[in-house]
Design a protein around this ligand. Structure first.
Ligand code: HEC
Length: 143
């Protein structure tokens, strides 16, 4: 084997080793995925949210339709909150349709909003990129 091809093999082996090590770091770290589980009540709220297509006009964590505002932090917003949220549901405003939810349905929707609110801030500008490539966001419940 010539010196050149030995060097070539060495460089390839070195790159493979770095690649393997990097993958090990990325896939063995827990990352920062929020592993929050919704309570049974909030799951009912989530189902109502989906079945009534709130998604088509509203976003949670910035994702969804863009006709209406993002609802991620409606619950903890000082000027809004649960009563404000409920008020919108059966009244209908502008292009938001009027729904006929029972008190119980409104309560589970509020519970869903509460738990969404606890897991995220939107828009979230408070992020840092870690050496492993993960993006660390600040969560509401870390404050
Ligand atoms: C067809 C589109 C559409 C659908 C479907 C819809 N909305 Fe809306 N919603 C809107 C629009 C547009 C506004 C803004 C109205 C305004 O500001 O006057 C709004 C406003 C709101 C607000 C007030 C938000 C804020 O920050 O002021 C809440 C809460 C809300 N909607 C909840 C819901 C929920 C819950 C559902 C599903 C049950 C839903 N909406 C379905 C269009 C929609």
């Amino acid at each position: 084997m010539s010196t050149n091809s030995k060097l070539y093999l060495f460089v390839i082996a070195f790159l493979i080793a770095i690649f393997a090590f990097y993958n090990y770091l990325v896939y063995s770290s827990n990352g920062y995925v929020a592993v929050e589980k919704l309570s049974p009540m909030a799951v009912k709220g989530q189902q109502l949210f989906q079945n009534n297509r709130c998604w088509s006009c509203h976003q949670l964590y910035g994702l969804g339709g863009y006709l209406g505002p993002d609802l991620t932090n409606v619950y903890s917003d000082e000027d809004k909150g649960p009563l404000y949220f409920k008020a919108f549901l059966n009244s209908g405003v502008k292009s938001m349709p009027k729904f006929n939810f029972s008190e119980e349905e409104k309560d589970v929707l509020v519970e869903y909003m509460k738990q969404v609110d606890e897991t995220g801030i939107y828009p979230n500008y408070d992020a840092e990129i870690e050496a492993t490539g993960w993006v660390k966001l600040k969560y509401q419940n870390e404050e």
